[in-house]
Design a protein around this ligand. Sequence first.
Ligand code: ZN
Length: 314
Amino acid sequence: MSLQTAGIHHITAFAGDPQANVDFYAGVLGLRMIKKTINFDAPDVYHLYFGNEEGSPGTIITFFPFPGARRGQIGGGQVGFTTYVIPPGTSAFWKERLYRFGISVVEADRFGEHYLQFKDHEGLQLELVERAEGAASTWSFAGVPAEKAIKGFGGAILYSTNPQRTAHVLESVLGMEKIGEFAGFTRFRTTGELGNLIDLPMSAVPRGAGGAGTVHHIAWRAKDYEEHEMWRSVVGSDGYQPTPVIDRQYFNAVYFREEGGILFEIATDPPGFTVDEAPEALGEKLMLPEWYEGKRAQIENGLLPITVRVPKKI
Ligand code: ZN
């Protein structure tokens, strides 16, 4: 039985101050904060989710913001760059917007595409690329009109300590197709319209260190619960050690570390982010899973207040 993921479900990273995190991803990038919850494994820390209006798989970046967190070091065993897709013809708008926020942009070409590469306020590496693929955004915030807004992930650049083995897991386990090589990168493609192109530098990258401004894990899509069970056995039968299925409220998760050091997750598309909030109210209230509701007052008291707001530089 061979399975094929449609692409990235979400990417999860570490951050420091939660308000600065909201200001960058909602305020500068114009994404919607679709969920404000806590780290289910450490309820004194937020878990913030940013995506398109609906919080569709393939658009969601999530953060654990630890106030005062030490910076990490980007390196092998991590996602190196998180790639976002913008509509064709909008690069100039984004370049100008990033410039206005004092963010330096490096322009790079890869596989015939033009990338705007930059860092968030804590050093997390991001890039924008124009592509026609992927449904247009319907969300407009902080001076980013929907027709120029980020549509979701284009993919990612994976920094591996063992690229040959990471290539193996992408092809043989996740079912991606190797489609090209360019300047030391191998490109893999899968079926989704977003989060479907993964670039892997084929020279080993020295190991990084976790901390603010680094990615913790990358999650790949499973279309339903039945397929998710199959994914767990596919991962296990290839010699990786998957965790049991874990209920993450908005999706079910299985994690395993691939041999290049990157923590992979397989996450289900269902039930999605409207399971506990109406679509128009996503992200407004602190959402807790049932098992933490009894401690709501204590949890809320331990978290710094955050607001989604339009940044002053607009
Ligand atoms: Zn995850």
